[in-house]
Ligand binder design. Sequence first.
Ligand code: KG4
Ligand code: ZN
Length: 395
Amino acid sequence: MKILSIETSCDETAVSLIEVIGDFPNAEYKILGNALFSQIDIHREYGGVFPAVAKREHAKTLVPMLKKTLDEGFSETSNKSTNSTIPSIEIMAELLEREIGLFDELKSYYETHNKPDIDLIAVTAGPGLEPTLWVGVNFAKALALLWNIPVVGVNHMEGHVLSSVFDGEHLAKLQFPALSLLISGGHTELIKMDDWSSYQKVGQTRDDAVGEAFDKVARLVGLPYPGGPEISRLASEARGVNLSLFQKLPRPMLDSKDLDFSFSGLKTAVRYAVQDKELTGDEIRSVAREFEDAVTEVLLKKTEEAINTYNIKSLILGGGVSANSYIRNTFTEFFKREYPDLTLYLPDPKLSTDNSIMIALAGHRRASEALAPNTEALATLVASGNRSLSEESSL
Ligand code: KG4
Ligand code: ZN
């Protein structure tokens, strides 16, 4: 089967086309087309993601990404010769009425291109920024109606889990129970999996997500958005020359005896340490290293506690912050040394941050729940900013 997948949960507009041979989780996946536009340069001037701007950019970029992906995946998509009357045109116009310009772009794409050979559309339905999720969901519904293809809404965090165990062709043969540490701009969660369709949240942040803390701390020391990669670069420079410590930072909830996290106090500690000071480059590097050390220490300790509590056999790191090389290296060395029987899965750095390949993988797992391409069935597909991974188990 061929899956078209769409991701618009934050500031990446991504569309992929994946061919799947076989059944989940043993299938072979072939990436036929993959297009991703990152809005980072647009949001940088605001110092973070501005939902209204992100929504507008998604609406502008979805059809070009669709076109790029389908051009990559199919040799002949244009030169439509058949009757191109648009089915359900009023419904489509209504669906896309709030997505400025999207209806006109999609209409003209439809009129000039053949229907692609696709069996399923998978779209991120949450969690994420609700206004931007809706752009993708409405676009997916419009395509489903236009081309008469079923559609399934999937969980973004499940996508992160699956992309971490994806080697570009196959999913790993996971040993259960598995534990996922999901660290992104919006989430910090420990998820226990008893099988591929069972997700139980066993720990989470009580305030800021790790990626959010990286981004806020970066801003406090004058680094551009997104702060994660910047902090990481400066921290590594500080380690390289063994800079002296500028300010010791707390390790929040390190000994709290539960699996929850808290990062807002760490950010506040950085604020107090740096406010009203003209920091030198070396002082900023030192703060970056100490912050990264503090975060890594807490993540590692809580993860180890969860591993012992639940007798975990496979550990999965996922989400944008899992691109961080210090966290990756620290986890790799520690678990190799202390837990040699445990298998650690890290995502390909290209698949750590948001992408639509992971949405196709999650869509494949949930293919049997796809909605028929008619307005009644599609009405049940809604975007939800807080969609929880634990809910996926019962579905
Ligand atoms: O998963 P993701 O792309 O989007 C969300 O679902 O939130 O994660 C984005 C987050 C941002 O906060 C970004 O600063 C962080 O991941 N990030 C990093 C690194 N690369 C991205 N944080 C630390 N080190 C990195 N190398
Ligand atoms: Zn994400």
